[in-house]
Design a protein around this ligand. Structure first.
Ligand code: IVH
Length: 795
């Protein structure tokens, strides 16, 4: 019988004893993996759950507490590789709080212990719980004597030689007011940037990658060769102390301020809080900013500020009674991949979605996760950060036990799979090669397997015939940032589509004429139909930018649509520009050359100028050695990388020369280049736009739509406003208008709106909750305004 699944309340004494034995073994093994091998097997949350269960059973059966109980110890024995040093004052661990209630209980306990009957407030500090490893650094007469890891709390490893390479840790204390003997304690950690750089180095050296910054920090600190540690930019925050020869502070805040004075880095997000509410507010604030800190934190530590009160509160077994760690909800969880669904997008992309057994991750219930594309499912996609196959190359199959991660606002990801828990007869997931729509059109991956590889996306070839693509198009057309038709969503569109009433956007505006076909159908009563038709008719007059966006052209998103609307002002002007550009477009040969990776515009221009003048391919060079002939041309613009790129694509010289000659004759002309040169357009969006209007069925559908709706001419942006030509970034929440309204207003006033802060940003408008963008602005000295200041500024 599997006792681990039984609730603690229902265990018999004999079962409890067996459970405690199992837990002691399992916790010890996991501590070894975590502390000694820097390679944890369980997620932090899974490990915490083991400790909690052990504690609950011990509380129910105090007589069964084992001599080797994990509740009596912390960490893991110091490794034999290093000399051991005994801590004169034990290095404690912290009790955990998981809920607001746990925090209130902690404060209540401390207040009762101190006899604060009237619930006198107990001021506490709140600071990030850094996810690194703790270290104690001993100074005698201001000089660093030795540095020791926590080990089992009583004795740790002497890592002095390695610690001397850490820049954040002073070798000699600054100032003069330090106690003669002083042990400063804190956390060694690796920043996200340092972690990624380290893994990149590991990758290039063919060495094993670190799973996370904490393991990497531990692995780096516990190197036998300090020269290796020196190459790894470890950081350190000071937050506590061990033995001291005299008192140096009366409060936690003062103590940490002293550390800063003596040359340590201390955490800027440590805050003094008067009550539970402000502790919790800081906890939530840090939770929101967690992803932007640049290093991992796994919770917030609360400490009683008054050191005299700390001394009175003392210690219970292995935790101080005056501090607690309020953990963040785990960002990873294990669950089961129930199914892989295939959705068909507007452009025919077959997008796989994972349906998972609902599980709480990062504080919310997750039941779907992104799967990106078929290479991602097969474990063939490469991780963007490490450049290695995702999940170590393991594929995903329905039924698999998986590890799911939800960090910050990022869509849930499947980061690992337990291959050993798979049924023996399971087979790899077969990604469909036909569209799941009733037409079952082939779905293909573009590109060439040899040359540059296949596109990552498999697309349905049915285009306008594919009912799924049509529906996605219609959904896009009515969506909030396009035609925004109230009461017309995916469900209604599906109905109208199934009943043969709406096949393309223009049909939406003819629905009222089919009233009799709709009346009496479930969900379409008189009132709702009246409301629907009113909402539709309201949109017959539509902003030009919404009209363009609503067409759903690839690469023409909301911003680009706005760019086009402002640049041309009217639909007629845009249409005329598209027609001219169509005839001024580059020919196939030119586009083939333009697409070669490594061949820049200057090199291409030089080659075409040469080819235009070269008499004939044969005269241009007799020998069929592309490399040699390219070198002989002596074109300084055509450097080695460009030549290599050309050789890859053109194995023979005559082929290259004839393509160059054809491209020279088919260069794009003004009508095309001026469209592509519009700030915010570029060749990719331009080609997509021209491709769209090159298709007769697209042109016809737009023409039919224009019989129903009238795009409103775009207002030319103001040229004389205080913000004309400036680049604005909005961040945080706005109170008097939505983010979209604010953007539209700025653009109307002739400003550019950007999504991120850079040296080019002129103004950052910051509302409550602004985070990293605000920090970046102050770092770069960019002007920052509140919403009210902005409103006054633009009048
Ligand atoms: S105070 C007696 N403050 O969390 C109090 N610990 O789970 C000593 N940690 O062993 C710890 N950030 O390694 C404290 N701001 C912080 C911390 C912190 C991370 C670690 C530390 C400790 C563990 C307990």
């Amino acid at each position: 019988m599997d006792l681990s699944a039984l609730p603690v309340d229902s265990l018999t004494k004999e079962q409890a004893a067996r459970e405690l034995e199992r837990l002691a073994g399992e916790i010890a093994a996991n501590r070894k993996a975590y502390y000694e091998h820097d390679a944890p097997v369980l997620t932090d949350a899974e490990y915490d759950a083991l400790e909690r269960r052990n504690l609950l059973i011990e509380q129910r059966f105090p007589a069964l507490v084992r001599a080797d109980s994990p509740s009596k110890s912390v960490g893991s024995a110091a490794s034999a590789r290093f000399n051991k040093i005994t801590h004169q004052i034990a290095m404690l661990s912290l009790d955990n709080a998981f809920t607001d209630g746990d925090v209130a209980d902690f404060l209540g306990r401390a207040q009762r212990f101190l006899g604060f009957e009237d619930q006198r407030a107990l001021a506490c500090t709140a600071e990030p719980k850094i996810d690194g490893l703790s270290l104690s650094v001993r100074y005698e007469k201001g000089q660093l004597k030795h540095a020791v890891t926590r080990g089992d709390g009583k004795e740790g490893e002497d890592v002095t030689a390695n610690v001397l390479t850490i820049g954040d840790i002073p070798k000699n204390l600054m100032g003069t007011d330090w106690p003669e003997i002083l042990e400063v304690r804190g956390e060694v950690y690796l920043s996200h940037a340092a972690f990624e750089a380290l893994n990149q180095v590991q990758l290039e050296a063919g060495a094993a990658l670190y799973a996370n910054p904490r393991n990497a920090a531990a692995g780096s600190l516990r190197q036998l060769d300090p020269a290796i540690t020196a190459q790894r930019p470890l950081s350190f925050f000071a937050y506590a102390w061990g033995e001291v020869s005299g008192s140096f502070a009366a409060t936690q805040m003062e103590a940490v301020a002293s550390f800063a004075r003596w040359g340590f880095k201390t955490n800027a997000d440590m805050k003094l809080c008067a009550d539970t509410a402000s502790l919790l507010a800081h906890y939530r604030d840090l939770g929101l900013r967690r992803a932007e800190l640049g290093y991992d934190i796994d919770g917030v530590v609360y400490k009683v500020n008054d050191l005299a009160l700390q001394a009175r509160l003392g210690i219970v077994t292995r935790f101080p009674r005056w501090a607690i760690a309020h953990k963040f909800p785990p960002e990873q969880a294990t669950t089961i991949l129930d199914a892989i669904d295939i959705q068909v997008g507007r452009t025919g992309a077959l997008t796989p979605v994972a349906r998972v057994r609902p599980v709480t991750v990062g504080g919310v219930v997750v039941s779907n996760a992104t799967l990106h594309n078929e290479d991602f499912i097969a474990g063939k996609a490469l991780d963007r950060v490490t450049g290695l196959p995702v999940r170590g190359g393991k594929d995903l199959r329905p039924g698999d036990h998986i590890v799911i991660q939800r960090a910050g606002d990022v869509i849930p990801q499947i980061v690992d799979v337990w291959v050993d828990k798979r049924e023996p007869d399971s087979t790899p997931f077969a990604f469909p090669h036909i569209c799941p729509c009733p037409l079952q059109t082939p779905a293909i991956r573009g590109g060439d397997e040899q040359d540059g590889g296949l596109d990552v996306v498999r697309r349905c070839t049915g285009e306008f015939a594919c009912p799924f693509q049509r529906l996605r198009h219609l959904e896009h057309f009515v969506s909030r940032k396009a035609f925004d038709i109230d009461g017309l969503g995916p469900r209604q569109l599906q109905d109208f589509f199934d009943w043969g009433l709406v096949k393309e956007p223009a049909d939406i505006f003819k629905l009222e004429g089919r009233r009799s076909d709709l009346e009496g159908r479930e969900g379409y009563g008189q009132t709702s139909l009246n409301n629907l038709f009113a909402a539709i008719n309201q949109r017959r007059d539509i902003d030009l930018s919404r009209f363009i966006f609503g067409l759903g052209v690839r690469h023409i998103g909301e911003t680009t649509s706005g760019v086009l609307a402002r640049a041309f002002g009217s639909w007629e002007a845009l249409k005329a520009a598209i027609e001219v550009a169509q005839t001024h477009r580059a020919n196939e040969a030119y586009r083939q050359l333009e697409a070669i990776h490594g061949l820049g515009p200057r090199a291409l221009e030089a080659l075409l100028n040469w080819a235009a003048k070269a008499d004939s391919p044969v005269q241009a060079g007799l020998f069929d050695d592309v490399a040699e002939n390219l070198a002989k041309l002596r074109l300084s613009e055509v450097a080695m990388p460009a030549r290599k790129a050309l050789i890859e694509v053109f194995p023979d010289w005559l082929g290259l020369v004839s393509t160059l000659k054809s491209a020279a004759a088919g260069r794009p002309h003004d009508g095309y280049t001026s469209l592509a040169a519009i700030d915010g357009m570029g060749p990719v969006a331009t080609d997509a736009l021209l491709d769209f209007f090159a298709e007769p069925h697209n042109r016809d559908a737009v023409a039919r739509l224009l019989e129903q709706v009238r795009p409103r001419d775009a207002e030319a942006p103001a040229s004389d406003s205080p913000v004309t030509g400036l680049t604005i970034v909005f961040t945080g929440s706005l109170e008097t208008m939505t983010r979209d309204e604010a953007k539209a207003q700025a653009i109307r006033l002739g400003a550019k709106v950007a999504g991120s802060v850079s040296a080019k940003t002129d103004i950052v408008v910051a509302g409550p909750g602004a985070g990293s963008k605000l920090a970046k602005a102050s770092e770069l000295g960019v002007r920052v305004m509140s919403e009210a200041e902005w409103a006054a500024f633009v009048g």
